[in-house]
Design a binder for this molecule. Structure first.
Ligand SMILES: [Zn+2]
Length: 126
């Protein structure tokens, strides 16, 4: 099973190297549905709750995960969501030392750090 996880990690890293995933958005009245949220979660390799928390405060909207999708409580454009995803990746995924996305997010609510599997650097997050 460990071998499978390694394969997944490689895949995840190379996918993010290809750039921030493009959000598939669908308007529903005053709301927006991010249809490929679980795909983005997979590429980011982070906990959905953590991503939702950051996006939610960034976009100033309530967000609810429903299956593979994320429901956003207002109208947002793909550009805005992409910018927010990029901000998340820069802060919580990309290693500030070597610029690679092969990192693990560790710690608790009070203290988080980014551990890089490529260069070995551990970066405390504010
Ligand atoms: Zn690094």
């Amino acid at each position: 099973m460990f071998g499978d996880e390694e394969d997944l990690l490689d895949q995840v890293s190379s996918e993010l190297r290809g750039g921030i995933p493009i959000p598939a958005l669908q308007r529903e009245g005053q709301h927006t549905v991010l249809r490929n949220f679980s795909e983005i979660v997979g590429i980011f390799n982070r906990k959905p709750k953590h991503i939702i928390k950051q996006l939610s405060s960034d976009l100033g909207a309530k967000m609810t995960q429903k299956g593979e999708q994320l429901h956003i409580s207002k109208q947002v454009s793909a550009e805005v969501v992409t910018a927010s995803l990029k901000k998340y990746a820069d802060r919580f995924i990309i290693c500030p030392n070597c610029g690679k996305p092969d990192t693990l997010l560790q710690g608790n609510k009070k203290k988080q750090e980014l551990q890089c599997l490529s260069c070995g650097q551990t970066t405390p997050l504010k």
